[in-house]
Write a protein that binds this ligand. Structure first.
Ligand code: ADP
Ligand code: MG
Length: 258
């Protein structure tokens, strides 16, 4: 089982859209995928069609009550894709966990005891708090969606520092899978400049595939469907399929298993 954290402490950069659509793309090629919603806003849960009343067991239960992963898994409409949803009580989890010795290791421990999925994708909240630390502690590798805008690189250095601290303290094997440029708009010159800047700074860390700004990607969640299912042929969906293919080549262990 390989665990991918999708993180960036900035909100609205495409984390959830990326997590949902990459998870869907990997399920489509036959992998058993578990998407873990670790954002109290629950956008990944809504976007995949599990509405709030249906979230009978959630990531809160995994973290706070140490309920086994298998008991919190919800099947989705997409074959091969399961979900652990997030509920609003997750917003109190960071405070509730504060005194616990293993507070940053709860998700890692839970996943270590879990079997039955080939790949776990964790959709992180927009902060570098305890929830994201749990994700980074549990992950083999990190996928960073980056919106091409002026302060993009500044936020990234903070994230990379956090990754280093996690590597030093409790997850030495955490790698960075790559940085995916999102909401790319060719008509906007600033987007081009930032993208060139990011590539010259980060080199091969940046995926070749770029996700364009595409209204179909933003419409899909209101239908409770991944864009890849809602309109598999729109430019955004095609880009996410390409990103999934590129991403797989960076997952050596999975490539062998596939
Ligand atoms: P995050 O999880 O980082 O907060 P989201 O994935 O929720 O970001 O994206 C923020 C908003 O932008 C959402 O409304 C989403 O539907 C929309 N969005 C994400 N990616 C794109 C894109 N490539 N083109 C157009 N809209 C997008
Ligand atoms: Mg989100």
């Amino acid at each position: 089982m390989i665990t991918i954290a999708v993180a960036n402490q900035k909100g609205g950069v495409g984390k959830t859209t990326t997590a949902i659509n990459i998870a869907t793309a990997l399920a489509a090629i036959g992998w058993k995928v578990l998407l873990v919603d670790l954002d109290p806003q629950g956008n990944a849960s809504t976007g995949i069609g599990i509405s709030a009343p249906d979230r009978t067991a959630s990531s809160y239960d995994v973290l706070l009550d140490q309920v086994p992963i298998a008991d919190c898994v919800h099947a989705t409409k997409i074959p091969g894709l399961d979900l652990i949803p997030a509920t609003v009580d997750l917003s109190g989890a960071e405070v509730e966990l504060v005194g616990e010795e293993d507070r940053a290791h709860r998700l890692r421990n839970a996943l270590a005891a879990h079997k039955g999925h080939d790949i776990v994708m964790i959709d992180c909240p927009p902060s570098l708090g305890l929830l994201t630390l749990n994700a980074l502690g549990a992950a083999n590798t990190l996928l960073v969606p980056l919106q091409c805008e002026f302060f993009a690189l500044e936020g990234l250095s903070q994230l990379l520092q956090t990754v280093e601290r996690v590597q030093q303290r409790f997850n030495p094997d955490l790698s960075i899978l790559g940085v995916a440029l999102t909401m790319f708009d060719r008509r906007n010159r600033l987007t081009d400049l930032v993208s060139d800047d990011v590539r010259s700074c980060l080199g091969n860390l940046v995926f070749e595939t770029v996700i364009p700004r595409n209204v179909r990607l933003s419409e899909a969640p209101s239908h409770g469907l991944p864009a890849l299912v809602y309109d598999h042929n729109c430019p955004g969906s095609r880009a996410y399929m390409a990103l999934a293919r590129e991403l797989i080549t960076r997952l050596p262990a999975m490539r062998k298993a596939a």
